[in-house]
Ligand binder design. Structure first.
Ligand SMILES: *Cc1c(COP(=O)(O)O)cnc(C)c1O
Length: 462
């Protein structure tokens, strides 16, 4: 769930209350969808929660038109409170990879509810999910469950700092690692610039040790290491970027980061909150065959309940309390309900053919959308790996955030709205990856590509 930290983060964060009623009334005025109930509920929500939402991107600020309010989800579909049906390519921002409201997951949850939803004491389900995650991802020797991706990412940096005795770390522009203070850093004017906070309320002392490099650009990382000899605890990245669209890494980049971290005595952390169990059952690290020291997870491993996890090398993880001195705790961490949803979700994903199917439908979808855009006279590039895809309205291939921001967002807003009105629910930002799941059918893909053709032909080309 990214409002995305670099460059475009400012817009959703600093939306103005004065625009709110304007935004809501636009729904009814401009839409061919029936949206009376959505508009009513969002209008009430505006007075109850900041921007009417509990996470910024849901407010549709970057595409306009006002959000639709969901009533229920099932399989590949979402249904809003006005009775509209959508093919859903967000899937709760990732967790719904086995299909929303999956019957097997639900059944397991109902059984568990009878036994209690939270123990605050050890339960065997924690061992089982830990074992599954460790078996799946070769670099993991131990894990700690938390309640969100944000929590996993903020905890992992604490451990990396403690283990190395160093304060600084490197992240990449366009990568999102949750909303903890030290990650809310804009790219700045150059790679050697110390990070400046991207949100009011974040002390610049907190982000000063956050050094920002350019994705897929090993030289930008080398330069930071050289300028901060023996001061860098580690490097954290999205091993496939999904929070500024869809940006795959080059093999040289990933291998280079691995070698550089080893040579510099720094730790390499893959933030697999989005890519874990999505790019492959072994995550992006399994797909690319690179072994990080530490990793973070979230989204899919909670199967729709709030879960995050961090883990990695045993010698590093044994620093975490109570085995070691690094404090980190959680009242609801490892709760039996969340563990149950995660266990069943991973069990379904392990069945033969899951990832082959996801790759097949998703690559067809991405190629179909790009073709549709080009046939309508738009510049477009896009791609997919397994159940994650993206498209940009730009001519040149996108290797980093700076190139992603060349995408024509004036086209994305009407594209998004047109698709919504055609019954296709896409992420309400051109800087978000799209997600498919096992419940998406070939027919869903056909319908989506057909809708994209129609909508894109109504948008004026360059
Ligand atoms: C979503 C996401 C997070 C944050 O996870 P939350 O559960 O929303 O706190 C962190 N890193 C990445 C790569 C993400 O996609």
């Amino acid at each position: 769930m990214a409002f995305v930290v670099s460059g475009f983060a400012g817009e959703p964060v600093r939306t103005r209350a004065s625009r709110r009623t304007q935004g809501v009334s636009m729904v009814a005025a401009e839409s061919s969808l029936k949206t009376d109930e959505s508009a009513r509920i969002m209008k009430e929500a505006q007075d109850l929660m900041p921007g009417g939402v509990n996470s910024p991107v849901r407010a549709f600020k970057s595409v306009g038109g006002g959000p639709v309010v969901f009533d229920r989800v099932k399989g590949s579909k979402a249904y809003d409170v006005d009775g509209n049906e959508y093919i859903d390519y967000i899937g709760s921002w990732g967790p719904a990879i086995v299909g929303a409201a999956n019957e097997e997951v639900n059944e397991a949850l109902v059984k568990q509810i009878e036994k209690g939803t939270s123990f605050g004491a050890p339960c065997e389900l924690e061992n089982q999910l830990a074992q599954d995650v460790i078996d799946a991802v070769p670099s993991l020797e131990m894990v700690r469950f938390v309640n969100s991706g944000t929590e996993a990412c903020l905890s992992v940096i604490r451990v990396m700092r403690a283990f190395t005795g160093r304060q600084k770390f490197i992240k990449f522009s366009g990568c999102y690692h949750g909303h903890a203070d030290m990650y809310l850093v804009q790219a700045g004017s150059g790679v050697l610039t110390l990070g400046l906070p991207d949100s009011p309320g974040v002390p610049k002392e907190t982000t000063a040790p956050t050094l920002v490099a350019k994705y897929n650009d090993l030289d930008s990382v080398k330069a930071i290491f050289e300028a901060n000899k023996d001061e860098i605890a580690g490097v954290i990245l999205e091993p496939v970027v999904g929070n500024s669209g869809f940006i795959p890494p080059t093999m040289e980049f990933l291998q280079g980061l691995r070698d550089l971290c080893t040579a510099e005595g720094a730790l390499l952390c893959f933030d697999e909150v989005m890519t874990g169990f999505r790019i492959s059952y072994a995550g992006a690290q399994g797909h690319f065959g690179i072994k990080p020291d530490m990793s973070t997870f979230g989204k899919v491993i909670g199967g729709g309940l709030p879960v995050g996890a961090y883990g990695g090398r045993r010698d590093i993880m044994e620093m975490v309390a109570p085995a070691g001195p690094v404090y980190q705790a959680g009242t609801l961490s490892g709760n039996p309900l969340a563990m149950t949803a995660g266990l069943k979700t991973l069990e379904i994903l392990r069945r033969p053919g899951s990832y082959e199917y996801l790759d097949k439908i998703t690559s067809r979808l991405a190629a179909g959308m790009v073709d549709a855009a080009k046939d309508a006279g738009h510049d477009a590039v896009g791609g997919s790996i397994s159940a994650m895809y993206g498209m940009y309205f730009t001519k040149d291939p996108v290797h980093n955030f700076e190139q992603a921001s060349q995408s024509d967002m004036k086209k994305f807003a009407p594209f998004h709205r047109g698709m919504l009105e055609s019954g296709i629910y896409l992420a309400p930002s051109g800087y978000e990856a799209g997600f498919t799941g096992l419940a998406h059918t070939e027919e869903d893909i056909d319908k989506t590509i057909e809708a994209a053709r129609k909508v894109l032909s109504t948008i004026p080309p360059n």
